[in-house]
Design a protein around this ligand. Structure first.
Ligand code: GLN
Length: 474
């Protein structure tokens, strides 16, 4: 029996190399857990039929003495990441029957690194949500407390790692969809610098905000995965060369900035505030300087995000017209085809955002909404970059509180949008951010995990990897 609960990528690589277990043993261990729990938790929408074949191929390479960074490591993928020859639906009925014609750059890199791809995980439809209750294929349950949501929109990918159904996984983060479920499931969730990982083969939500990121149990593993999959890609012009942004050298005594004003006035649940304050004390004890910072316009981030994101959504999702991909519902004429296909294929939240996006881009309103939001985006960006002259990292809680109950907020879109209050600024500005487990709150006799978020200047992930490892004692 392989002990999966605390197994990290780093340890698994070592044990595979030392032949303590084989890649097939490891894959089988995860498949057994999936077999036992997936029906109840609804984490995987599909478990690939060639998992053991991939694991056998990895074992052959191990036998030959090959040493690839992810050789034999079981990885799960969010359902919006393309794997050639496999289905991908983005949690939507509109992509019924769609089979990916090519590998995303992420998947190409994972395959080259020897990873064993387990399957595709459940998600909020087209990555719109904070709870994985918006999928066309049912809700996913949080393995930490099955009455609660795993967070979203990459809830399936988070639950797969937290529930020992894969060793690591990938999701996408447009406004917090990797960091928020990581916090709710007790994991490390990374949102790299915009353009840090290629988006080629990731289904687009808000193209100026989207980024792929990994879920892991440790900061060390997050760094390992990031190193494998990051980098310039000719298929995504927003990826960049290492030299594009200055990499700050690691300092002995880093300065961490905390915008207390953002969550002092009721933005944070009481217990969560206590856990955050304890984390700050811990960081001080490690030897970091804590500095209170002021970001006057950061509180507008959520409003800016919920204008820009739907605008981009309305444009990106126009391609699902019932002609080119997936579902087609026949009408009397082309317009009816569109209306019937989109009306049955898209869920409620997706339709809401397409409508909002179309509205803020309409000729009568784009000056009032879209253009204003763009100006504010620049302002928030300037403020944050200015603050980075004084501090090395910005620190906030990841979410206002721990995982909430299934159904608790599903009828109130605004209550769900508020979950993103601390995570959206990093997407708006394009800077990297990470959520790291920070402690627990006890709710109804259960220990629910929380996360602490660190944001760094563009291309300076190494700064929070360093602090994060110290914080977690890795
Ligand atoms: N919860 C946010 C939203 O619903 C973020 C989604 C995401 O990051 N993909 O838009």
């Amino acid at each position: 029996m392989i002990e999966l609960k605390n197994l990290t990528l780093k340890e698994a690589r070592l044990k595979l190399k030392q032949k303590e277990f084989s890649a097939v043993d490891l894959a089988k261990a995860y498949l057994d857990v999936i077999q036992a729990n997936n029906q109840r938790l609804n984490v995987f929408l599909e478990v690939y039929d060639d998992v053991l074949k991939q694991a056998e191929a990895a074992d052959e390479k191990i036998q030959r003495g090959e040493d690839l960074p992810l050789l034999g490591i079981p990885v799960a993928l969010k359902d919006n990441i393309l794997v050639k020859g496999k289905r991908a639906t983005s949690g939507s009925k509109i992509l019924e029957g769609f089979v990916a014609p090519y590998d995303s750059t992420l998947v190409k890199k994972l395959k080259d690194a020897g990873a064993v791809l387990i399957g595709r995980t459940n998600m909020d439809e087209f990555a719109m949500g904070s709870s994985t209750e918006n999928s066309a294929f049912g809700i996913t349950r949080n393995p930490v407390d099955e009455e609660r949501v795993p967070g979203g929109s990459s809830g399936g990918s988070a639950a797969s790692v937290a529930g020992d159904m894969s060793l690591v996984s990938f999701g996408s983060d447009t406004g917090g969809s990797v960091r928020e479920p990581a916090a709710f499931c007790g994991l490390v969730g990374l949102k790299p610098t915009y353009g840090g990982i290629s988006r080629h083969g990731l289904m687009a939500m808000g193209s100026s905000l989207d980024i792929i990121g990994p879920f892991t149990k440790t900061v060390t593993d997050s760094e390992i995965l990031f190193d494998v999959v990051q980098g310039k890609d000719s298929m995504d012009s927003t990826t960049f060369d290492e030299s594009t942004y200055v990499k700050k050298p690691l300092k002995e005594k880093m300065v961490l900035g905390v915008p207390y004003h953002l969550f002092k006035n009721g933005g944070l649940e009481k217990d969560a505030e206590e856990v955050f304050n304890q984390s700050i004390e811990k960081l001080k004890n490690i030897g970091y300087e804590i500095k209170e910072i002021n970001l006057p316009n950061i509180s507008y981030s959520l409003a800016v995000y919920y204008i820009l994101m739907p605008a981009e959504v309305s444009s990106n999702l126009a391609r699902f017209d019932g002609v080119r991909f997936g579902l087609h519902v026949e009408g009397k004429n082309l317009l009816e085809d569109y209306m019937k296909t989109k009306g049955t294929g898209f869920g409620k939240e997706v339709r809401r955002r397409i409508l909002m996006g179309t509205y803020v881009l309409s000729s009568g309103y784009h000056d009032a909404y879209y253009n204003k939001a763009l100006l504010l985006r620049q302002k928030i960006s300037d403020e944050i970059n200015e603050v980075f002259k004084e501090v090395d990292l910005i620190v906030t809680p990841t979410t206002p509180g721990p995982a909430f109950k299934i159904g608790e907020k599903s009828n109130d879109p605004l209550a769900l949008y508020v979950q993103d209050i601390f995570t959206v600024p990093a997407n708006i500005v394009g800077i990297p951010a990470i959520s790291i487990p920070s402690g627990f709150v006890e709710v109804e006799g259960k220990q629910l995990p929380l996360g602490i978020q660190f944001m760094a200047p563009h291309n300076n992930e190494h700064l929070f990897f360093e602090v994060g490892k110290k914080f977690r004692g890795e």
